[in-house]
Design a protein around this ligand. Structure first.
Ligand code: F6P
Length: 360
Protein backbone atom coordinates (compact mmCIF):
# COMPACT_ATOMS: atom_id res chain seq x y z
CA UNK A 1 0.00 0.00 0.00
CA UNK A 2 1.21 3.57 -0.70
CA UNK A 3 -0.10 6.67 0.96
CA UNK A 4 0.39 10.13 -0.55
CA UNK A 5 0.76 13.43 1.26
CA UNK A 6 0.74 16.95 -0.10
CA UNK A 7 0.76 20.53 1.20
CA UNK A 8 -1.33 23.08 -0.64
CA UNK A 9 -2.25 26.78 -0.49
CA UNK A 10 -0.33 29.23 1.70
CA UNK A 11 2.45 27.54 3.67
CA UNK A 12 2.13 27.40 7.46
CA UNK A 13 4.72 26.60 10.16
CA UNK A 14 4.09 23.00 11.22
CA UNK A 15 3.28 21.61 7.76
CA UNK A 16 6.61 19.74 7.71
CA UNK A 17 5.94 18.35 11.18
CA UNK A 18 2.61 16.99 9.93
CA UNK A 19 4.29 15.38 6.89
CA UNK A 20 6.89 13.86 9.21
CA UNK A 21 4.15 12.49 11.47
CA UNK A 22 2.29 11.00 8.49
CA UNK A 23 5.49 9.33 7.25
CA UNK A 24 6.41 8.04 10.70
CA UNK A 25 2.97 6.71 11.67
CA UNK A 26 2.48 5.10 8.23
CA UNK A 27 5.99 3.60 8.25
CA UNK A 28 5.31 2.15 11.70
CA UNK A 29 2.35 0.33 10.19
CA UNK A 30 4.32 -0.88 7.20
CA UNK A 31 2.77 1.63 4.80
CA UNK A 32 4.95 3.33 2.22
CA UNK A 33 4.54 7.13 1.84
CA UNK A 34 5.04 9.25 -1.27
CA UNK A 35 5.21 13.03 -1.07
CA UNK A 36 3.50 14.99 -3.83
CA UNK A 37 5.45 18.11 -4.82
CA UNK A 38 3.83 21.57 -4.96
CA UNK A 39 0.33 20.55 -3.96
CA UNK A 40 -2.29 19.56 -6.53
CA UNK A 41 0.01 20.77 -9.32
CA UNK A 42 2.36 17.90 -8.44
CA UNK A 43 -0.51 15.41 -8.70
CA UNK A 44 -1.35 16.72 -12.17
CA UNK A 45 2.31 16.62 -13.23
CA UNK A 46 2.96 13.25 -11.54
CA UNK A 47 5.74 14.65 -9.33
CA UNK A 48 6.11 12.20 -6.42
CA UNK A 49 8.99 11.59 -4.07
CA UNK A 50 9.68 8.81 -1.59
CA UNK A 51 9.20 9.90 2.03
CA UNK A 52 9.84 6.47 3.55
CA UNK A 53 12.64 3.99 2.87
CA UNK A 54 13.35 0.39 3.70
CA UNK A 55 15.73 0.10 6.67
CA UNK A 56 16.92 -2.99 8.60
CA UNK A 57 14.06 -2.78 11.15
CA UNK A 58 11.37 -2.02 8.55
CA UNK A 59 10.17 1.20 6.94
CA UNK A 60 11.44 4.56 8.24
CA UNK A 61 11.06 8.22 7.13
CA UNK A 62 13.76 9.44 4.76
CA UNK A 63 16.56 11.71 5.96
CA UNK A 64 14.96 14.66 4.15
CA UNK A 65 11.70 14.18 6.09
CA UNK A 66 13.54 13.95 9.40
CA UNK A 67 15.72 17.00 8.74
CA UNK A 68 12.74 19.13 7.71
CA UNK A 69 10.40 18.12 10.54
CA UNK A 70 11.05 21.14 12.76
CA UNK A 71 11.51 23.72 10.01
CA UNK A 72 8.99 26.30 8.82
CA UNK A 73 7.57 26.42 5.27
CA UNK A 74 6.92 23.25 3.30
CA UNK A 75 9.85 21.19 2.04
CA UNK A 76 7.48 19.46 -0.42
CA UNK A 77 6.56 22.83 -1.87
CA UNK A 78 3.06 24.22 -1.99
CA UNK A 79 0.95 26.03 -4.58
CA UNK A 80 -2.45 27.45 -5.34
CA UNK A 81 -3.08 25.34 -8.44
CA UNK A 82 -5.23 27.03 -11.12
CA UNK A 83 -5.57 23.87 -13.26
CA UNK A 84 -7.15 22.05 -10.33
CA UNK A 85 -10.09 24.49 -10.34
CA UNK A 86 -11.09 22.94 -13.71
CA UNK A 87 -12.81 19.52 -13.96
CA UNK A 88 -10.23 18.45 -16.54
CA UNK A 89 -7.31 19.19 -14.21
CA UNK A 90 -8.97 17.29 -11.37
CA UNK A 91 -9.57 14.28 -13.64
CA UNK A 92 -5.83 14.17 -14.54
CA UNK A 93 -4.91 14.48 -10.85
CA UNK A 94 -7.35 11.72 -9.83
CA UNK A 95 -5.98 9.39 -12.52
CA UNK A 96 -2.39 9.99 -11.33
CA UNK A 97 -3.48 9.41 -7.78
CA UNK A 98 -5.22 6.14 -8.56
CA UNK A 99 -2.17 4.89 -10.44
CA UNK A 100 0.30 5.56 -7.63
CA UNK A 101 -1.59 5.94 -4.35
CA UNK A 102 -4.22 4.16 -2.28
CA UNK A 103 -5.00 7.20 -0.16
CA UNK A 104 -4.01 10.86 0.13
CA UNK A 105 -3.51 13.23 3.07
CA UNK A 106 -4.08 16.87 2.07
CA UNK A 107 -2.56 19.51 4.38
CA UNK A 108 -3.91 23.00 3.73
CA UNK A 109 -6.67 25.55 4.07
CA UNK A 110 -10.10 26.23 2.62
CA UNK A 111 -9.15 25.91 -1.08
CA UNK A 112 -7.09 22.77 -0.44
CA UNK A 113 -9.96 21.12 1.46
CA UNK A 114 -12.38 22.09 -1.31
CA UNK A 115 -10.04 20.27 -3.70
CA UNK A 116 -9.86 17.22 -1.44
CA UNK A 117 -13.67 17.11 -1.28
CA UNK A 118 -13.86 17.26 -5.09
CA UNK A 119 -11.36 14.39 -5.47
CA UNK A 120 -13.43 12.27 -3.08
CA UNK A 121 -16.89 13.08 -4.44
CA UNK A 122 -16.13 13.33 -8.17
CA UNK A 123 -13.58 10.53 -8.48
CA UNK A 124 -14.02 8.31 -5.43
CA UNK A 125 -10.45 8.97 -4.23
CA UNK A 126 -9.70 8.23 -0.56
CA UNK A 127 -8.72 11.58 0.93
CA UNK A 128 -8.26 12.89 4.48
CA UNK A 129 -7.63 16.58 5.20
CA UNK A 130 -5.48 18.25 7.86
CA UNK A 131 -6.25 21.95 8.50
CA UNK A 132 -3.25 24.26 8.01
CA UNK A 133 -3.65 28.02 7.67
CA UNK A 134 -2.10 30.76 9.77
CA UNK A 135 -5.34 32.76 9.47
CA UNK A 136 -7.47 30.44 11.67
CA UNK A 137 -10.16 30.60 9.00
CA UNK A 138 -11.11 26.91 8.79
CA UNK A 139 -14.38 25.73 10.26
CA UNK A 140 -14.92 23.04 12.93
CA UNK A 141 -11.42 23.20 14.40
CA UNK A 142 -10.16 24.98 17.50
CA UNK A 143 -6.87 25.69 15.76
CA UNK A 144 -5.11 25.01 12.47
CA UNK A 145 -1.45 24.27 11.87
CA UNK A 146 0.45 27.57 11.80
CA UNK A 147 -1.90 29.78 13.84
CA UNK A 148 0.08 29.60 17.07
CA UNK A 149 3.48 30.14 15.42
CA UNK A 150 2.13 33.12 13.47
CA UNK A 151 0.76 34.65 16.68
CA UNK A 152 4.09 34.14 18.44
CA UNK A 153 5.82 35.95 15.58
CA UNK A 154 3.28 38.79 15.71
CA UNK A 155 3.69 39.19 19.47
CA UNK A 156 7.47 39.21 19.19
CA UNK A 157 7.38 41.76 16.37
CA UNK A 158 4.98 43.98 18.35
CA UNK A 159 7.24 43.81 21.43
CA UNK A 160 10.14 44.99 19.30
CA UNK A 161 8.10 47.77 17.73
CA UNK A 162 6.92 48.80 21.21
CA UNK A 163 10.56 49.18 22.34
CA UNK A 164 11.30 51.76 19.68
CA UNK A 165 7.81 53.32 19.91
CA UNK A 166 8.20 53.99 23.65
CA UNK A 167 11.66 55.45 23.17
CA UNK A 168 10.29 58.08 20.77
CA UNK A 169 6.77 58.36 22.23
CA UNK A 170 5.24 57.27 18.93
CA UNK A 171 2.09 55.58 17.69
CA UNK A 172 2.38 52.58 15.37
CA UNK A 173 -0.18 50.93 13.12
CA UNK A 174 0.98 47.34 12.51
CA UNK A 175 -0.68 45.33 9.75
CA UNK A 176 -0.87 41.56 10.12
CA UNK A 177 -1.94 38.92 7.58
CA UNK A 178 -5.53 37.79 7.35
CA UNK A 179 -7.31 38.69 4.14
CA UNK A 180 -10.64 37.16 5.08
CA UNK A 181 -10.25 36.43 8.77
CA UNK A 182 -9.22 38.98 11.38
CA UNK A 183 -8.32 36.37 14.00
CA UNK A 184 -4.55 37.06 13.98
CA UNK A 185 -5.28 40.75 14.55
CA UNK A 186 -7.80 40.06 17.32
CA UNK A 187 -5.75 37.53 19.27
CA UNK A 188 -2.45 39.29 18.52
CA UNK A 189 -3.69 42.66 19.78
CA UNK A 190 -4.73 41.23 23.16
CA UNK A 191 -1.47 39.28 23.58
CA UNK A 192 0.72 42.21 22.51
CA UNK A 193 -1.06 44.67 24.83
CA UNK A 194 -2.17 46.82 21.89
CA UNK A 195 -4.44 49.84 22.31
CA UNK A 196 -6.85 48.87 19.52
CA UNK A 197 -7.59 46.22 16.90
CA UNK A 198 -9.01 46.92 13.44
CA UNK A 199 -10.42 43.92 11.57
CA UNK A 200 -12.74 43.33 8.61
CA UNK A 201 -15.46 41.67 10.70
CA UNK A 202 -16.16 45.01 12.42
CA UNK A 203 -17.52 46.23 9.07
CA UNK A 204 -16.41 49.81 9.73
CA UNK A 205 -16.13 52.66 7.25
CA UNK A 206 -12.78 54.28 6.49
CA UNK A 207 -14.06 57.53 7.97
CA UNK A 208 -15.02 56.06 11.33
CA UNK A 209 -11.69 54.19 11.55
CA UNK A 210 -9.71 57.40 10.94
CA UNK A 211 -11.83 59.32 13.42
CA UNK A 212 -11.50 56.72 16.18
CA UNK A 213 -7.78 56.14 15.71
CA UNK A 214 -7.15 59.89 15.81
CA UNK A 215 -9.24 60.22 19.00
CA UNK A 216 -7.41 57.29 20.59
CA UNK A 217 -3.98 58.76 19.84
CA UNK A 218 -5.01 62.24 21.04
CA UNK A 219 -6.29 60.78 24.31
CA UNK A 220 -3.31 58.50 24.86
CA UNK A 221 -0.74 61.24 24.34
CA UNK A 222 -2.61 63.98 26.20
CA UNK A 223 -0.51 65.46 28.98
CA UNK A 224 -2.43 63.93 31.89
CA UNK A 225 -2.27 60.36 30.50
CA UNK A 226 1.43 60.29 29.85
CA UNK A 227 1.36 57.15 27.67
CA UNK A 228 4.65 56.30 26.05
CA UNK A 229 3.42 54.38 23.03
CA UNK A 230 0.27 53.58 21.11
CA UNK A 231 0.04 50.28 19.25
CA UNK A 232 -2.81 49.58 16.86
CA UNK A 233 -3.08 46.26 15.06
CA UNK A 234 -4.82 46.21 11.70
CA UNK A 235 -5.81 43.10 9.77
CA UNK A 236 -4.88 42.87 6.09
CA UNK A 237 -8.61 42.45 5.34
CA UNK A 238 -9.37 46.05 6.40
CA UNK A 239 -9.17 47.70 3.02
CA UNK A 240 -7.55 51.02 3.90
CA UNK A 241 -3.78 50.61 3.39
CA UNK A 242 -1.64 51.16 6.48
CA UNK A 243 0.27 54.11 5.01
CA UNK A 244 -2.97 55.83 3.93
CA UNK A 245 -4.47 55.31 7.38
CA UNK A 246 -1.41 56.83 9.02
CA UNK A 247 -1.47 59.80 6.63
CA UNK A 248 -5.17 60.50 7.23
CA UNK A 249 -4.83 60.18 11.01
CA UNK A 250 -1.77 62.43 11.02
CA UNK A 251 -3.73 65.03 9.02
CA UNK A 252 -6.71 64.73 11.37
CA UNK A 253 -4.54 65.32 14.44
CA UNK A 254 -2.64 68.19 12.83
CA UNK A 255 -0.14 69.81 15.21
CA UNK A 256 -2.28 69.27 18.30
CA UNK A 257 0.24 66.82 19.74
CA UNK A 258 3.48 68.63 19.07
CA UNK A 259 6.20 66.29 17.84
CA UNK A 260 4.31 62.99 18.38
CA UNK A 261 4.48 61.02 15.15
CA UNK A 262 2.63 58.01 13.77
CA UNK A 263 4.32 55.21 11.80
CA UNK A 264 3.16 52.16 9.85
CA UNK A 265 4.67 48.66 9.69
CA UNK A 266 3.31 45.89 7.49
CA UNK A 267 4.46 42.51 8.82
CA UNK A 268 3.28 40.67 5.70
CA UNK A 269 4.87 37.30 4.88
CA UNK A 270 7.25 37.57 7.84
CA UNK A 271 4.35 36.18 9.87
CA UNK A 272 4.16 32.98 7.77
CA UNK A 273 7.81 32.00 8.17
CA UNK A 274 9.87 30.56 11.01
CA UNK A 275 10.09 27.28 12.84
CA UNK A 276 6.82 26.01 14.32
CA UNK A 277 5.97 26.61 17.98
CA UNK A 278 5.50 23.75 20.44
CA UNK A 279 1.71 23.92 20.02
CA UNK A 280 1.88 23.73 16.22
CA UNK A 281 4.31 20.80 16.35
CA UNK A 282 2.12 18.98 18.84
CA UNK A 283 -1.12 19.57 16.93
CA UNK A 284 0.59 18.69 13.61
CA UNK A 285 1.85 15.40 15.04
CA UNK A 286 -1.54 14.47 16.45
CA UNK A 287 -3.30 15.44 13.21
CA UNK A 288 -0.78 13.36 11.22
CA UNK A 289 -1.38 10.37 13.46
CA UNK A 290 -5.19 10.69 13.28
CA UNK A 291 -5.13 11.19 9.49
CA UNK A 292 -3.14 8.01 8.84
CA UNK A 293 -5.36 6.05 11.24
CA UNK A 294 -8.44 7.41 9.44
CA UNK A 295 -7.09 6.32 6.05
CA UNK A 296 -6.23 2.85 7.37
CA UNK A 297 -9.75 2.62 8.83
CA UNK A 298 -11.12 3.24 5.33
CA UNK A 299 -12.46 6.74 6.05
CA UNK A 300 -12.57 9.35 3.33
CA UNK A 301 -13.67 12.95 2.72
CA UNK A 302 -13.06 13.84 6.38
CA UNK A 303 -10.82 16.38 8.13
CA UNK A 304 -9.02 16.17 11.47
CA UNK A 305 -10.17 18.90 13.89
CA UNK A 306 -8.54 20.11 17.11
CA UNK A 307 -10.81 20.55 20.16
CA UNK A 308 -13.71 21.53 17.97
CA UNK A 309 -15.71 24.65 18.90
CA UNK A 310 -18.78 23.18 17.15
CA UNK A 311 -20.76 20.08 18.15
CA UNK A 312 -20.65 16.88 16.12
CA UNK A 313 -17.83 15.04 14.44
CA UNK A 314 -16.51 11.57 15.14
CA UNK A 315 -14.25 10.81 18.09
CA UNK A 316 -10.79 9.31 17.48
CA UNK A 317 -8.38 7.48 19.77
CA UNK A 318 -6.87 10.93 20.46
CA UNK A 319 -9.13 12.87 22.85
CA UNK A 320 -8.06 16.19 21.27
CA UNK A 321 -8.84 15.18 17.69
CA UNK A 322 -12.26 14.75 16.07
CA UNK A 323 -13.06 13.86 12.47
CA UNK A 324 -15.55 16.05 10.59
CA UNK A 325 -16.80 15.45 7.07
CA UNK A 326 -15.13 17.94 4.75
CA UNK A 327 -18.58 18.97 3.55
CA UNK A 328 -19.42 20.05 7.11
CA UNK A 329 -16.07 21.84 7.41
CA UNK A 330 -16.59 23.76 4.16
CA UNK A 331 -20.08 24.84 5.24
CA UNK A 332 -18.78 26.00 8.61
CA UNK A 333 -15.81 27.75 6.96
CA UNK A 334 -18.17 29.73 4.71
CA UNK A 335 -20.19 30.77 7.78
CA UNK A 336 -16.98 31.69 9.60
CA UNK A 337 -15.97 33.99 6.73
CA UNK A 338 -19.38 35.57 6.07
CA UNK A 339 -19.80 36.26 9.79
CA UNK A 340 -22.90 34.11 10.33
CA UNK A 341 -21.06 31.43 12.38
CA UNK A 342 -21.48 31.66 16.17
CA UNK A 343 -17.68 31.24 16.31
CA UNK A 344 -17.15 34.51 14.39
CA UNK A 345 -19.91 36.23 16.35
CA UNK A 346 -18.25 35.09 19.57
CA UNK A 347 -14.84 36.39 18.46
CA UNK A 348 -16.28 39.77 17.49
CA UNK A 349 -18.35 40.07 20.70
CA UNK A 350 -15.30 39.31 22.80
CA UNK A 351 -13.27 41.95 20.99
CA UNK A 352 -16.09 44.49 21.42
CA UNK A 353 -16.06 43.77 25.13
CA UNK A 354 -12.27 44.15 25.19
CA UNK A 355 -12.17 47.36 23.12
CA UNK A 356 -12.68 49.73 26.06
CA UNK A 357 -10.08 47.90 28.12
CA UNK A 358 -7.46 47.80 25.38
CA UNK A 359 -7.55 51.57 25.09
CA UNK A 360 -6.86 52.16 28.82
O1 F6P B 1 -2.15 31.87 4.14
C1 F6P B 1 -3.18 32.81 4.14
C2 F6P B 1 -2.62 34.13 3.83
O2 F6P B 1 -1.56 34.32 4.68
C3 F6P B 1 -3.54 35.34 3.90
O3 F6P B 1 -3.66 35.89 5.16
C4 F6P B 1 -2.88 36.26 2.94
O4 F6P B 1 -3.77 37.22 2.46
C5 F6P B 1 -2.41 35.34 1.88
O5 F6P B 1 -2.13 34.12 2.52
C6 F6P B 1 -1.22 35.81 1.10
O6 F6P B 1 -0.97 34.89 0.10
P1 F6P B 1 0.23 34.94 -0.90
O7 F6P B 1 1.36 34.23 -0.25
O8 F6P B 1 -0.25 34.24 -2.11
O9 F6P B 1 0.57 36.39 -1.12
Amino acid sequence: MALGVLTSGGDAPGMNAAVHAVARVAAGRGVHVLGVERGYQGLIDGRFRELTRQAPGGLTPTREVELSANLGGSFLGTARCKAFYEAEGRAVAAAAMKERLDGLVVIGGNGSLTGAHALATEHGCQVVGIPASIDHDIGCTGTAIGVDSALNTIVEACDRISDTARSHRRAFVVEVMGRQSGYLCMAGSVAAGADAALFREQGRTEESIVEDVAALIRRAFSDDRGKQRVLILKAEGVEIPCTKLVRLVTEAIGDELGDVSIRATVLGHLVRGGNPSFLDRMVANRFGHAAVRAILDGKTDVMTAWQSPVPGGEKTVDHGVTLFTIEHVLRETAALLDGSSPVTKGRVALMEAAAGVLAL
